[in-house]
Design a protein around this ligand. Structure first.
Ligand SMILES: Cc1ncc(COP(=O)(O)O)c(C=O)c1O
Length: 380
């Protein structure tokens, strides 16, 4: 028998079912899921409306290539359009976040015919060769050198260096408005404004990577809507298909038709089952007004976490339901200890305990998370 390749630290836990904000392990223990598979189950586990749409689609057809039409795909585009700001009118469908980032970079290169990509300290954009090249963490990159050689890293939130960083050799600038993996660092308004101005000045494309912070996670449909600064392209993924694989790029009009046939493609992109799930997830998103719920629950979670009384806590970081507690020490042991208290969380950077719960977590769930963290901070 083959065995699974190991490249994650695997926890001694087998998850067998989920319902909205909760999951259960094989021993019957229930957990509040503030890990959500790296942010994927934001619309809840097995959300009934999404599951019903998937089941109905399974009875119709499970694969249709992008060079043929499909009604589930049309329906997704129609639902998704309702949450896309004016001026963005093209969506490129992919299967994962890293593929979306690759697509955005290809658009930048094709439009400008230039080579240099600007990215930032503590960025995370994915694991394939292009997206890895613009990811900051040296541990993720060093075994795979040489990566794409023309990447210039600037310091996240350093406004002063932006003009020097972005010159007319730059095809695109990629940045997460709220950095997830890198430590829940929130961009400042002045930083994103400076990037916008510099990119426009040299006709480089500004890409916001909203794969983790987008789709309502921060309390607006898209994190950049907090800032009043618009990119040329933004990437999204994770929660959009309610748990099924998706990644996409949303582009301003003039960048919609940059690829000639043969220059881009993906076998599974726009899969009808994924599209049916994504149409249903987006319909729920709009109907219940997910961002407004996130604003309320996110501020409650941030407030209660900031009341933690522990000498280990430096501060609470993040936005909406993308919240981290920065510790004076490594976060990993606390994430493991939280598991034993029925809470699934994540780390971000080295010393941040990260919470990415589903939008429907209740006030009681918030209390349970805060109480559990309080306990483990005392005992670890
Ligand atoms: C901001 C950001 N970009 C890109 C990615 C890569 O997405 P995927 O793992 O779906 O390829 C992630 C995944 O965590 C992410 O958080």
């Amino acid at each position: 028998m083959v065995r699974l390749a190991r490249y994650y630290k695997v926890y001694p836990l087998s998850i067998i079912k989920g319902s909205m904000q909760y999951v259960w392990d094989s021993g019957g223990n229930r957990y509040i899921d503030a890990n959500t598979g790296h942010g994927v189950a934001f619309m809840g586990h097995s959300n009934p409306e999404i599951i019903n749409a998937v089941k109905a689609q399974l009875d119709k057809i499970t694969t249709v290539p992008l060079n043929m039409g499909n009604e589930a795909r049309d329906e997704f585009v129609s639902e998704f359009s309702k949450i896309i700001p004016h001026g963005f009118d093209t969506v490129f469908l992919q299967n994962t976040g890293t593929e979306a980032v690759e697509t955005a970079i290809k658009i930048g290169k094709k439009v400008t015919r230039r080579k240099t990509i600007v990215a930032f300290t503590n960025s995370f954009h994915g694991r394939t060769m292009g997206s890895l090249s613009v990811t900051w963490n040296e541990n993720y990159r060093k075994a795979f050198q040489p990566l794409y050689p023309h990447v210039r890293f600037g310091t996240f939130n350093n406004v002063n260096e932006v003009d020097k960083l972005i010159d007319d050799d730059v095809c695109c600038v990629i940045v997460e408005p709220v950095q997830g993996e890198g430590g829940l660092n929130t961009a400042t308004v002045n930083f994103l404004k400076a990037l916008r101005e510099a990119a426009s000045r040299v006709n480089a494309l500004l890409i916001f990577d909203e794969i983790q912070c987008g789709f309502g996670r921060t309390g607006e449909a898209w994190a950049f809507q907090h800032y009043g600064v618009e990119p040329d392209l933004f990437t999204a993924g994770k929660a959009i298909a309610g748990g099924l694989p998706i990644g996409l790029v949303v582009a301003k009009g003039e960048f919609g038709d940059v690829f000639s046939p043969g220059e881009h493609g993906s076998t599974f992109a726009g899969n009808p089952v994924v599209m049916a799930a994504a149409a249903a997830a987006t319909r729920v998103f709009t109907r219940v007004n997910v961002p407004s719920i996130v604003k309320e629950t996110g501020s409650l979670l941030a407030k209660r976490l900031s009341e933690l009384n522990s000498r280990l806590v430096i501060r609470v970081k993040g936005m909406g339901l993308m919240i981290g507690v920065e510790l004076r020490t490594r976060a990993e042991p606390y994430v493991e200890a939280l598991m034993r208290h029925g809470i699934l969380a994540l780390t971000a950077g080295v010393n941040v305990v990260r919470f990415l719960p589903p939008y429907m977590i209740s006030g009681d769930d918030v209390e349970a998370i805060v109480n559990a963290l309080n306990e483990v901070l005392k005992t670890q």
